[in-house]
Write a protein that binds this ligand. Structure first.
Ligand SMILES: Nc1ncnc2c1ncn2[C@@H]1O[C@H](COP(=O)(O)OP(=O)(O)O)[C@@H](O)[C@H]1O
Ligand SMILES: [Mg+2]
Length: 254
């Protein structure tokens, strides 16, 4: 590819969702949705309960199959791929409740998230383990758990467990990281640290976040998309969205 062509690829949205629809027994949880995400962008999706936010993430990560529409990630169509193929393509997704192994240490949880399948011959095993250890230490520092590497994950605070799960996703170095309500149940100081973490990790990846905490949204969002009844009700800067009468009526006014 020429430098010019690569430049063009870099300017295109990393994720392009078009006409996305999913119907559950005739009920459209996501309805003809369009969404474009840039490289290194932090996008926050807000909206009332039942708006289709979690379903949107389910569709992107392949957990739910679309009824219609397309999801292109770096030009590749995702709607017909299996979940593991979507992970391999570079999409990581964090669910609302942390799914870490409580009986294992922080180190072990991170270690087992290191991508498998990078075929290494026996002779290179030592080199590989050094590489894994270095990566675990780097990620642990990023998620504020460097001092807790050898603690059992079950002993961490709720917020630290959430960070550990983000760390497990970072081990795979995804180009798109999706997080569903990452600061729910966190203390004020943990929320501040999570905002710092997301800003830092978006320097070389895109982040799609669902969140209700408006102070948190304001501190991280480049752009906000408001969903309502499976459709985009409004999209733009936090200020524009917050002063939009339609958004106040269906969401912020409550
Ligand atoms: N697998 C499913 N089967 C039937 N209805 C579903 C399913 N998943 C979600 N829904 C419905 O779709 C709507 C959107 O849900 P959801 O995406 O979880 O909303 P949000 O995350 O914005 O609160 C809700 O009315 C929900 O009940
Ligand atoms: Mg939800």
């Amino acid at each position: 590819m020429s430098a010019k062509a690569i430049g063009f690829e870099m300017n295109k949205p990393v994720l392009a969702v078009e006409g996305l629809t999913v119907s559950f027994d005739g009920f459209k949880a996501v309805d003809d949705l369009n969404l474009y995400l840039d490289r290194n962008e932090v996008r926050v999706v807000i909206g009332p309960n039942g708006a289709g936010k979690t379903t949107l993430l389910d569709l992107i990560c392949g957990k739910t199959r679309a009824t219609a529409g397309s999801i292109r990630f770096k030009g590749q169509e995702l709607t017909r791929k299996a979940e593991y193929q979507i992970v391999r393509a570079g999409v990581g997704r964090k669910f609302q409740t942390p799914s870490i192994y409580e009986a294992l240490t922080v180190f072990e949880n991170l270690e087992m998230s290191y991508p498998a399948g990078r075929k290494v011959l026996g002779a290179l095993l030592f080199k590989r383990s050094a590489e894994v250890i270095a990566r675990v230490e780097q990620v642990a520092a990023e998620i504020f758990l460097a001092e807790r590497l050898h603690s059992e994950a079950g002993l961490l605070s709720h917020g630290q467990k959430q960070w550990l799960e983000i760390g497990m996703l970072l081990m795979q170095d995804p180009e798109l990281l999706m997080l569903d309500e990452p600061v729910a149940g966190m203390s004020v100081s943990e929320r501040g640290q999570t905002a710092e973490l997301l800003k830092r990790i978006s320097r070389n990846r895109s982040v799609l976040v669902i969140e209700h905490d408006m102070d948190f949204v304001k501190s991280i969002a480049h752009k906000v998309t408001v969903l309502h009844q499976g459709r985009v009700l409004a999209e733009g800067s936090m200020d524009a969205v917050q002063s939009n009468p339609k958004v106040i009526e269906v969401y912020l006014g409550h």
